[in-house]
Design a protein around this ligand. Structure first.
Ligand code: SF4
Ligand code: SF4
Length: 376
């Protein structure tokens, strides 16, 4: 038991170092994707009522083709490559695909509905070197819209807590049409109990529009955020959601197609899962010029965009370009005047290492830290 804990701690420490490298690389250059989502199969074993990202018949993408796509993402310099779907665990070689991502030096992640998780697959994912796994849980008991409930998945979560050597995040959702928005709070609490991180998202109303949250879901949203605060996770800090809760637009520059890329089952690059078709260029032909063009492109869908991972990735460029403004926006002052003491400890450390005070040039310590992190 003690050996197992020691191994987990050592793997987590190495992962944190590789994550710090990812941050350092993102902050030192805008010329590579920070995060890529890639689809190993469009097929899903569930059929959630709100989902437009699955079918029930597609074959898995041949493994050699997945390897070629991952190698190309590696050539473009992608620092995190996450599998999405459909249900990625339906791919028979999911572990080999994860291992290929790690061979490219990227952090490897997957999204899953969790239904196929069991000791065997968890051990295969451990062996492949998976870094992050995210499960979305929609409710406490399954209903007509979603089977992804805590009741159905709790045993799987316990097995994960016992065996997984990778980080697990449980995402719950709130929205106006939900009968019991309080479910999200129970799910986030259970995630913490099992040693996982918990995040919360906002879902559209039944007609696909994002509206200001009513009082009950708004309260739950803030309660879940409060619960996640003591466990630092980049994903739990998402100031853009505060505006979404109020139904207000966000003023930001979406860097999709550049710092974030979405590679569909046909091997085409799209801005994101919600903006498919643009630019629609085959990944094999995607170049630095394409990355640069998409970096500067203004997306009309940005003000009311709900795609959290792209908001967070794009924020890293704000941080690179105007560090203090970006930090103050993401971590507002708690009492009166803003100070670096308002930052969570890991962010304060990164800010101390990489962001010179008073807008000066990076000092010797920054240059040494960058070199060490790049050496990994
Ligand atoms: S499990 Fe995920 S991919 Fe499958 S239908 Fe539900 S939301 Fe869509
Ligand atoms: S603004 Fe949002 S929806 Fe539009 S391209 Fe960017 S991530 Fe996609």
């Amino acid at each position: 038991m003690a050996l197992k804990q020691l191994r987990r701690k050592s793997l987590a420490a190495r992962r944190r170092l590789r994550e710090a490298h990812m941050f350092a690389k993102a902050l030192s250059s805008p010329r590579h994707p920070i995060l890529a989502h890639i689809i190993p199969t469009r097929r899903c074993n569930l059929a959630c009522g709100y989902c437009n990202e699955y079918d029930q018949h597609s074959e898995p993408i041949p493994t050699d083709e997945m390897f070629r796509r991952i190698d190309k993402l590696g050539e473009l310099g992608a620092t995190m490559i996450h599998l999405s779907g459909g249900e990625p665990l339906l791919h028979p070689d999911v572990d080999k695909i994860i291992a290929r991502i790690r061979e490219q030096g990227a952090l490897a992640g997957t999204i899953t509905n969790g239904f196929l998780l069991g000791p065997k697959i968890i051990k295969r994912l451990n062996g492949a070197g998976l870094d992050h796994l995210q499960i979305s849980i929609d409710n406490l008991k399954p209903d007509d819209v979603s089977m992804k409930s805590l009741k159905t998945l709790d045993k799987k979560l316990q097995t994960l807590a016992e065996l997984a050597e990778f980080r697990v995040n449980i995402n719950s959702v709130v929205g106006n049409y939900m009968e019991s928005p309080e479910d999200a709070l129970v799910i986030a609490g259970r995630a913490r109990e099992l040693g996982f991180t918990g995040t919360v998202g906002i879902i559209h109303d039944g007609d696909g529009q994002l509206r200001p949250l009513d009082e009950r879901p708004k309260q739950v949203f803030h309660d879940v955020k409060e619960l996640s605060k003591s466990v630092f996770s980049f994903a739990s800090h998402s100031n853009f959601q505060e505006n979404m809760v109020k139904g207000l637009p966000n003023d930001w520059h979406c860097r999709a197609g550049s710092r974030y890329v979405y590679v569909c089952e046909d091997g085409l690059v799209h801005y994101c899962s919600q903006h498919r078709g643009t630019p629609g260029i085959p990944l094999t032909e995607y170049t630095l010029e394409d990355l640069e063009r998409a970096y500067g492109a203004v997306k009309g869908c940005a003000p009311y965009c709900t795609v959290g991972c792209v908001h967070r990735i794009s924020w890293l460029d704000d941080l690179r370009e105007s560090p203090l403004t970006a930090l103050q926006q993401m971590f507002p002052a708690k009492n009166g005047d803003w100070s670096r003491r308002d930052l969570p400890v890991p962010v304060r450390l990164l800010a101390w290492m990489f962001i010179p005070r008073n807008g000066g040039k990076p000092g010797m310590f920054t240059r040494v830290a960058e070199r060490l992190l790049k050496a990994r």
